[in-house]
Design a protein around this ligand. Sequence first.
Ligand SMILES: [Fe+2]
Length: 280
Amino acid sequence: MVSQNEYQVTESDLDHLKQWFSRYVQSFYSADPVVQEGLVLKEKHSFRVCDEILNIGRKMDLSKNNLRLAEVMALFHDIGRFEQFARHKTFVDKKSENHGQLGVKVLEQENALAALPADARELILKSISYHNRLSVPEDESHICLYFSRLLRDADKLDIFHLVSTYYYADGAERSAAIELDLPDTPEVSEEIMACLSEGKLISMQHLRSLNDFKLLQMAWVYDVNYSPTFQMIYERDYLRKIRDTLPATEGIDRIYARLMSYLKENIDASASVKEKQHES
Ligand SMILES: [Fe+2]
């Protein structure tokens, strides 16, 4: 459990931050349709991550204050994406810069969080800088780990939504911004298959094709933290939707079955914890 009302974020703070976000994003709007498409994609994603963090947070009985704090994190988690895309025309961090760190820099330079208490500000900046790391540093405070994990879960839920619908769009609607400039070729890398068979997370550096990227996205279930998130991934059938766009091979079937049983185990485990709590 997270302690309640530790970091004050008021309804009026949240309103002002939403207005700031919209003004900031609109300052990058461009006549270049490729740039504009990339910006709007991330703007909409940011709003949907706000909805998802509230969906998870409410199921975890967060206080109204903590829900507002979480919403600010979600709203700003990808704030570095706008400068990144406007400047480099790519969302690939290794070809441009780390968008989590860039986001922290933007918020600090623009003094966007100045109205919030210093401790809330620090927590928000840390969760943003950790949201796109392979993992969250274990030596952080309990509260920082709690919110950083919540943000990572909400972000993943929306990426699952985005990619599981996107892969069904026809060629004309496909976008290099989502596919990270990876080639849509039939192969799947041996290295990726080996990592997945061992239940390991895959690093972005190992990606060679769009199929590799789809497998990496499916493997994000290993990095999910909270039971409401596991439940929503299962109910929305995200893994199967991505799996159905991959080649029908035995190797991929095996990996899909493994990921699905991991998902179910985590739902069952949290259900039995709840039952025990009710009994006691
Ligand atoms: Fe994101």
